[in-house]
Design a protein around this ligand. Structure first.
Ligand code: MYR
Length: 185
């Protein structure tokens, strides 16, 4: 039955956003489930999710740079903050805290404030070694590679594995200097 009082535009949009988020979460869950069926080995599923994320990341960076107006970061510390506060917000709807820096400023952790990928998710015992959110590590790795940063991105804490947070470690392995395309003379 139609509600006696029509809902405001804001309430309708909030509802649409919630439904979209749920659909996204459930779709991701269905993909992981299918991979588990097809590949059988949890390790293979981890690799495949990372690769899928990488393929998304190398494309998503263009949209990110176009929409965010973010310009060249001065160092990796700034890059990490941009990923955590702008990138995650834009594509996942959540932010992350940047912490656990090493002394060289080349390795840090992103701790997710929330993780919409895992709503409704519970892993059975047969999936113990699964990194369910490995698509995210691939996305970050792929996106950074397109702006000349080779990185290693790994989960060091995962609430689906009983940890108290989702912590993604991002290690800068190599920064390829971009060549200026014109000669000065
Ligand atoms: C630069 O110095 O060229 C700017 C670098 C900005 C890199 C931002 C990468 C965004 C990655 C978004 C990840 C979203 C994960 C859901």
């Amino acid at each position: 039955m139609a509600p006696a009082v029509p809902r405001s535009g804001d309430a309708i949009f909030a509802n649409v956003e919630r439904v979209n988020a749920e659909l996204f979460t459930l779709t991701y869950g269905a993909i992981v489930r299918q991979l588990l069926t097809d590949l059988e080995e949890v390790e293979e599923v981890n690799k495949q999710l990372d690769q899928m994320g990488y393929n998304i990341g190398i494309r998503l960076i263009d949209e990110f740079l176009a929409k965010s107006n973010v310009t060249r970061c001065v160092d990796f510390r700034e890059t990490a903050e941009v990923i955590a506060k702008v990138g995650f917000k834009m594509f996942l709807g959540v932010t992350a805290s940047v912490t656990n820096w090493d002394t060289e400023g080349t390795c840090c952790s992103l701790i997710l404030d929330d993780n919409p990928l895992v709503d409704f998710v519970e892993l059975p015992d047969t999936c113990q070694g699964l990194y369910y959110c490995n698509i995210l590590s691939g996305v970050v790795r792929g996106a950074l590679e397109m702006v000349s940063m080779k990185t290693e991105v790994t989960w060091v804490r995962d609430m689906l594995r009983g940890d108290d947070a989702f912590e993604l470690q991002v290690k800068l392995l190599k920064q390829v200097p971009e060549e200026y395309p014109y000669k000065d003379d």
